[in-house]
Design a protein around this ligand. Structure first.
Ligand code: FES
Length: 267
């Protein structure tokens, strides 16, 4: 099949950027989307042109490195799948696809379809350490975890940190990501000692990175390739309010979420 691509080309953070049209003939329906871009890039390199920059690593939907907008959809039209796991059979011969990077102030464009997602790393780092006894591996049944809690914790831990939730949200909110990271520890006995402090420091860091408010639109959960549910946001909010009202977090600031406009557009 033949695919026409309008791709956002931006040489660097200061370049204004623009869409450039390319045509990729002879695309197999069995190719993944990224393999199709590999074919495009081979042709560009052979012509002496700059290949299109995009992130990828595992190409198996587990690392969270890949991701960009396809016709405005984070990771393309196949919901709950990463773009590396999206195959060309989902498109038709002659389709014109518009590819652009995540659009959010907290995710500045580095080049073409690559954005800087280190804001997510700083949110994780703000969570700090978990207090555990080190030494030999503990006996497996020493700390019993209810099955429902273990299941919910595992579901939250499935977040791969790709950033699609931010790209889909009209407020460019990172609430789904932050809620998932807070929830997967907060649901387990091992995560209880620092639970209150962690909920506050991570939520505050998300705000400081420039992500917007969650206004419960739900676009994030609709596009999340790991199917993270909105309940993680409710759990984060509950932990946050409890920590600040009960004073269980000694470092909790008084006015954590000053009112401000959306932190960027997207999806
Ligand atoms: S490249 Fe790892 S999730 Fe897509």
């Amino acid at each position: 099949m033949r695919i026409v691509l309008d791709i956002w080309r931006q040489r660097g953070p200061r370049d204004p950027g623009r869409f450039v049209r390319y045509e990729v003939p002879d695309v197999s329906e069995h190719m993944s989307f990224l393999e199709m871009l590999d074919v495009l890039n081979v042709g560009l390199v052979e012509r002496g042109d700059d290949p299109v920059a995009f992130d990828s690593d595992c190409r198996e939907g587990i690392c969270g490195m890949c991701g960009f907008l396809v016709n405005g959809d984070p990771h393309g039209p196949t919901h709950h799948a990463t773009i590396c796991q999206t195959h060309m059979r989902h498109f038709a011969d002659g389709d014109t696809l518009r590819l652009e990077p995540w659009r959010a102030a907290a995710f500045p464009v580095i080049k073409d379809l690559v954005v800087d997602r280190s804001a997510f790393d700083r949110i994780i780092a703000a969570g700090g350490y978990v207090t555990i006894r080190t030494g030999s591996a503990p006996e497996a049944n020493a700390i019993l975890v209810p099955k429902t809690d273990a299941d919910r914790a595992m579901e939250a831990a499935a977040c791969i940190g790709c950033g699609a939730c931010v790209a889909a949200c009209p407020n460019a909110s990172a609430a789904l990501f932050t809620g998932a990271k807070i929830s997967h520890l907060g649901l387990l006995p091992q995560g209880q000692p620092e639970r209150a402090r962690r909920a506050v420091t991570m939520a505050v860091q998300a705000r400081e990175e420039g992500f917007g408010h969650c206004t419960s639109i739900g676009e994030c959960a609709a596009v999340c390739p790991a199917s993270i549910q909105l309940e993680v946001i409710a759990r984060m909010n509950r932990d946050f309010v409890k920590a600040t009202l009960t004073g269980r977090d000694e470092a909790a600031p008084v006015a954590v979420f000053p009112r401000r406009g959306p932190a960027g557009g997207g999806g």
